[in-house]
Design a protein around this ligand. Structure first.
Ligand SMILES: [Zn+2]
Ligand SMILES: [Zn+2]
Length: 370
């Protein structure tokens, strides 16, 4: 009996994505093995349930068939041995073919090309999974653009067989089970009479041929766990949460059935001096009251490190931020031109803590003037 992922997460079958996420977070927290009262077995169960129910296609598959086909199995254990696992009636066959046996169908797609002769459905194309990575960068890096090298463990096409799963030089041989026909016949007696039922050969999956020797490196799966190293170019002006898609750098599917993509989610760390509002930056600057009154120049440091001066206009309202054009984040025009957004400086006029006798006298004179 298949596990009930819904009851594992304690949600109803019609639970929303949000409900599932919430339930998962709560339980993952509760059972986390590092926590007092944690439970590793339960934690794993909860994770397994979530892997399926949080994934739209997997959930749909699970709802229909009560299980999901693509649980990782170590990358090689499946393969040719799995061929013996067929059975049941024709109707079930078609279901299993697309769902459970998708990988094996792909083996034949890869080996011999072409369709399955119309006997059974072509299996769903099952390529490797997409991978999501998160990369944190500073605001300075977001300003100037940066590069990263991401390293992560995933399946890659087997270097020995280039993903096909067998030794090409050894060639193929006629399938013994179907004598090369690609299908087997079986007489079935039912209350409606007897039928001759044609079935796709379970040994060669309809090809009539099987490879002589599977690849020793990947044991026939066509892929191997390895460390992928990917150069990621992060363009200047990147926004927090922006996603960079790198095609074909995700997980390799079995038997060269296609490699998933890598999605890099860029997170821009908060900055101690600058706050970002799209292309504009906001900063605070402490100034002396006299600097404000006298309309003096004050020294600023740009996000790129450059020092420059700005002039406080006399009579400037300190409650409003001072706008400095062209000192914000990169900004791109529709024709690819690049400029910068603006900087908004919130000026904090600092009052002196104590006044000398002379200063007090001067201020009193000033007071009379104003
Ligand atoms: Zn191989
Ligand atoms: Zn056969």
């Amino acid at each position: 009996m298949a596990k009930d992922f819904y009851s594992t997460l304690g949600v109803l079958k019609n639970a929303s994505e949000e409900d599932i996420k919430k339930a998962y977070r709560k339980l993952a927290h509760q059972f986390h093995p590092d926590k007092p009262g944690g439970d590793e077995a339960k934690f794993k169960e909860v994770n397994e349930a979530y892997q399926v129910l949080s994934h739209k296609e997997k959930r749909a598959q699970y709802d229909r068939f009560g299980r999901v086909s693509d649980a990782p199995n170590g990358g090689g254990a499946q393969g040719w041995d799995g061929f013996n696992g067929f059975g049941g009636n024709g109707a079930q066959w078609n279901v299993n073919f697309g769902e459970d046996m998708g990988d094996l169908g792909d083996i034949f797609e890869t080996f011999f090309g072409g369709g399955m002769g119309g006997v059974a459905q072509k299996p769903a194309h099952k390529r490797g999974a997409n991978i999501e990575a998160h990369e944190r960068i500073t605001l300075e890096e977001a300003f100037s653009g940066t590069k990263r090298v991401l390293r992560f463990e995933t399946y890659v096409d087997c270097p020995q067989c280039k993903g096909i799963g067998y030794e090409k030089s050894k060639g193929v041989t006629k399938c013994v089970k179907c004598n090369g026909k690609g299908e087997t016949q079986e007489e079935r007696r039912t209350v409606f009479g007897s039928f001759v039922q044609k079935k796709v050969c379970t040994e060669c999956r309809g090809r009539g041929e099987v490879p002589k020797e599977k690849c020793t490196e990947c044991k026939g799966s066509g892929r191997k766990l390895s460390t992928r190293e990917v150069d990621v170019e992060i363009a200047k002006g990147v926004e927090d949460g922006q996603v960079i898609k790198i095609t074909g750098m995700g997980e390799a599917g079995e038997l060269a059935s296609g490699t998933g993509d890598l999605y890099v989610v860029v997170r821009v760390k908060p900055h101690t001096h600058f706050e970002r509002h799209k292309e504009d930056l906001i900063t605070e600057k402490e100034i002396k009251v006299t600097e404000a009154l006298l309309g003096k120049e004050i020294e600023m440091v740009d996000i790129d490190g450059e020092k420059y001066k700005i002039l406080i206009p006399t009579g400037f309202n300190l409650n409003e931020p001072l706008r400095v054009p062209g000192r914000g984040m990169p900004k791109f025009g529709i024709f690819g031109s690049s400029s910068r957004g603006n900087l908004h400086v919130r000026l904090n006029a600092k009052l002196p803590k104590s006044l000398s006798h002379k200063a007090k006298k001067l201020l009193e004179d000033l007071d009379k003037e104003l």
